[in-house]
Ligand binder design. Sequence first.
Ligand code: IVH
Length: 688
Amino acid sequence: MTTFADRAAELRQQLNYHIYRYNVLGSPIITDAEYDRLYHELKQIEAEHPELVTTDSPTQRAGSDLSEDFPKVPHAAPILSLANAFSEEDLRAWEERNRKLLPSDAVLDYTLEPKLDGLTVVITYENGILVKAATRGDGEQGDDVTNNVRTIRNVPLKIPVDPNGPPAPGRLVVRGEVLFLKKDFEALNKRQEAEGLPLYINARNTASGTLKQKESRITASRPLTAYLYNIVTVVGYEWEKQWDTLNYLRDLGFPVAPDVGYYPTLSDIIQQLPTWESRRSQLDFEIDGVVIKINNLLIADELGFSGKDPRGAIAYKFPAEEMSTKLIGVTVNIGRTGKVTPTAQLEPVFLGGVTVVNASLHNYDQIARLDIRLGDTVIVKRSGEVIPYVIGPVTGARDGSETSILPPTHCPHCQTPVIQLDGLIDYFCPNRHCPERIFRSIEFFVSRGAMDIEGMGPQTVKTLIERGLIQDEADIFTLKRESLMDLEGFADKKVDNLLASIEAARHRPLPQLLASLGIDGVGEVVARLVADHFGSMDGVLSANVQAIDDIEGIGPVLAQNVVDWFADEHNQQVLKKMRAAGVTMQAEAKVIASDSLSGKTFVLTGTLPTLSREQAEAIIESHGGKISGSVSKKTSYVLMGDQPGSKADKARQLGVPIISEAQLWEMVGENPTESNTNPQNPTQPTLL
Ligand code: IVH
């Protein structure tokens, strides 16, 4: 007969394993609901038999409240920091210095690890049980944050997590970094926002504040993550390579940062650096560089220290993404929809490799919520391709001279009073004839992602408006050679080129025109869906919300936007003028070969033997089939070629039939050798 003690032990073991699969491996094998059921069963047994509660029980993760200041914990060995490198030369010089201290035949190979931008944590396990966790403190002793670290879901309370893993050493002290994953930090701020609480500005500082919370319940409610990377001391395990450390930690069930790598030479490492820098903004967590470690720990040990820094490892720092600077002004921008956007003017600051003087302030609501004031020292962030933005003020740097930032009462371009529509955060200039709105709208219409009229940059648009040559998008198509010749800097050649670009734009496909009109939410994909469905501008014009909402992939809000835009008299007028100017308003005729695949949805994966992806898609569509990007139960077939991706696995899992190119040909009743594989003309065409 199973006793409660046995069942509790079994549940502990199972739950800890599922937490590990979920948080560390990222591949759960049970649903959240199943997890909850097991968790509650354990909780119930423990409630009735408190003597069965153990420190490694998952129920102990959300722990008790600590009320006193944190006790201090002496570290088993000094918790050191690293020297920094900022260039390839710095790294080469580091290796050279090391070589001079080593025998000439010493082999130097390396590991490359992300430099996680969190805070150090030192965790002690005795006989496999987490018994102590401390912050770095002064390197000699840190704060006891054991109860808080116990609430971090991916930190194992007991190792090995997998019973088949290596046996737990008698004593193990590991070092790692605690941080917020970007998505968790965003979610935390969404929660703050929903509760009307101030937003957190910096993930690292918030992680630090969270780890040092006196109330573990608060720590538990904020989803911290940890990654471990070093062994500080261990009793009962021998090893001599950093790469083995990482594997051993992983085998015990510790979370190790993804993308750690082993490289035989420093040159290999240096080759990796640009990739790391460019991937930085796409990682799940913030990094401020990479750490390069000599793989052979005996050599690293032998090298000793330079001052306080170990010679065996170095931090290669990326340019800072966040800097503080002074907010010296706020400019008001009016967009094509009339939306008022505040932009920060900054004292120049070198950020992520460029000098930044302007940054987004998002909107006035955000300014008020973050209490950003003119004259404040602010933190500015520039990450990857994202436009630099103000994260928030450094309130401690205020001297009392700072002033509030309020939304403008009038549009700076047309002096119309600005309005804030019910339920919307943004302010708007409601004047459709506002010169700035017209300019922004035409600027968007001609831009590369829209109608792509080459030679018509923002300056030219501005000049044409100022000269009264265009008042809306449609006027572009009736511009006369003589009036263009009159413009300063426009000689024969330039005018010819511009007129040729306008001529080309007149014949752009309907979806491109639709996507260029600036309808809220209507980009390339939606425009194509709408154009395919209605076949002409007139079709869209006469459609109601219901008809548009019926299109797969379009929701009611978007449908309403489209209807509103087409109901507007001014917009109708512009379209009328475009039509009169010969702008294409019909969808291209579709080639229909048969309806043999009608009602069938296909997903493509891998490289096909003879057809390109586009050709295969065209063939399927021309026989009435549909293409989808992801496999679901509704998928009829997965068309698989060489080196298929995860879609093939998903198909097998769901029991969706997988077919080859040859089988596709069979389905459409064709022989590829006889057939014309031109996607425009797959078989005998019937024009719609
Ligand atoms: S190794 C003596 N590895 O960066 C060993 N540190 O500037 C020193 N850090 O204080 C640490 N990711 O908090 C190491 N993969 C990593 C790291 C890492 C982040 C932090 C750590 C350290 C600081 C050094």
